[in-house]
Design a protein around this ligand. Structure first.
Ligand code: ATP
Length: 214
C-alpha cells in the first residue's frame, strides 16, 4: 500500500506576512517533509474586529513573499468564502477535497493555547492533525479541556502524521524570530526597520499602497 500523502496548511491573518512566518514555514517544511504546503490566509477573522488591510492586499503580499519558494502554495478558500472564516468549516472543506490524505493545520503556540475559544473547536482534530509551532521558552498554558486533548492526542514524531488522516497533536520546536505583524504595522514609518521584518517586495508594496498608516 502506498504511503498516505501529507498536506500542511499554515493558517493566519498575515496582515502582513513577515519574516517570522516565512522562517517558521521553512522550519516546519524541513521537519515535516510534506507532499504539499500551503499558507491559508483568513478572509474575515471572527476573533478580531477586522483586518488592517484588505483580503486582496494580504493575499498579494503573501504572493510576493512566497514567490522565491516554489514549495509554498497559497490556499485562497477562506478569502473566497463570504462570512467569518471558521476553521472548522475550512477544514471540513479541505477534508471533502482530500478525503484520504493526512491533513495538518500548522499554528503558533499562542493560537493553539486559545483553541477552546474557537467556533466548534472539538471538530478540528476530527478533520486534521494540529502541528503546534513552539518557540523555545513559550508557555504551554492549556485550559483543562485542552490539556486532556493534548494528553490523549499528543505525538512527538513527525512521521506518525502519515499514519492517520487526522487526530494527532504534534509540537514542533522552531528557531525563534521575535517578529509579529503588530510590530510590522508599528514600523511602517521606518523603511530600514521595515525591511528587517518583511521581505523587500512586501516592504515596497506596503509603501506603494501606504498601508498601516495611522
Ligand atoms: P498579530 O501581531 O497581528 O497578532 P501575527 O504576527 O501573530 O499577527 P498571524 O497572521 O496572526 O501573525 O499569525 C499566523 C500564525 O503564525 C499564528 O499561528 C501565529 O502564532 C504564528 N506566528 C506569528 N508570528 C510568528 C513568528 N515570529 N514565529 C512563528 N510563528 C509565528
Amino acid at each position: 500500500m502506498s504511503e498516505r500523502r501529507l498536506r500542511v496548511f499554515f493558517g493566519g491573518t498575515f496582515d502582513p506576512v513577515h519574516r517570522g512566518h516565512l522562517a517558521a514555514a521553512e522550519d516546519a517544511y524541513e521537519a515535516l517533509q510534506p507532499d504539499a504546503f500551503s499558507f491559508l490566509p483568513a478572509g474575515d477573522p471572527p476573533h478580531r474586529r477586522g483586518t488592517f488591510s484588505t483580503a486582496e492586499q494580504r493575499l498579494h503580499m503573501l504572493q510576493l513573499a512566497t514567490d522565491p519558494w516554489p514549495e509554498f502554495a497559497i490556499d485562497e478558500r477562506e478569502m473566497q468564502r463570504s462570512g467569518p472564516s471558521w476553521m472548522s468549516v475550512t477544514l471540513a472543506s479541505l477534508r471533502a477535497e482530500f478525503p484520504r490524505d493526512a491533513l495538518a493545520l500548522l499554528l503558533g503556540q499562542d493560537a493553539f493555547n486559545s483553541l477552546p475559544g474557537w467556533h466548534e473547536w472539538r471538530q478540528l482534530p476530527e478533520l486534521a492533525h494540529l502541528v503546534i509551532l513552539s518557540r523555545p521558552g513559550e508557555t504551554r498554558d492549556y485550559p483543562v479541556s485542552l490539556a486532556a486533548e493534548v494528553e490523549a492526542r499528543g505525538i512527538d514524531e513527525p512521521s506518525l502524521l502519515r499514519q492517520s488522516a487526522a487526530g494527532r497533536f504534534l509540537p514542533l520546536t522552531i528557531c525563534p524570530h521575535a517578529i509579529s505583524s503588530t510590530e510590522v504595522r508599528a514600523q511602517v514609518g521606518d523603511p530600514a526597520a521595515l525591511r528587517t521584518l518583511v521581505t523587500e517586495p512586501v516592504a515596497d508594496f506596503i509603501e506603494q499602497h501606504a498601508l498601516y498608516q495611522r
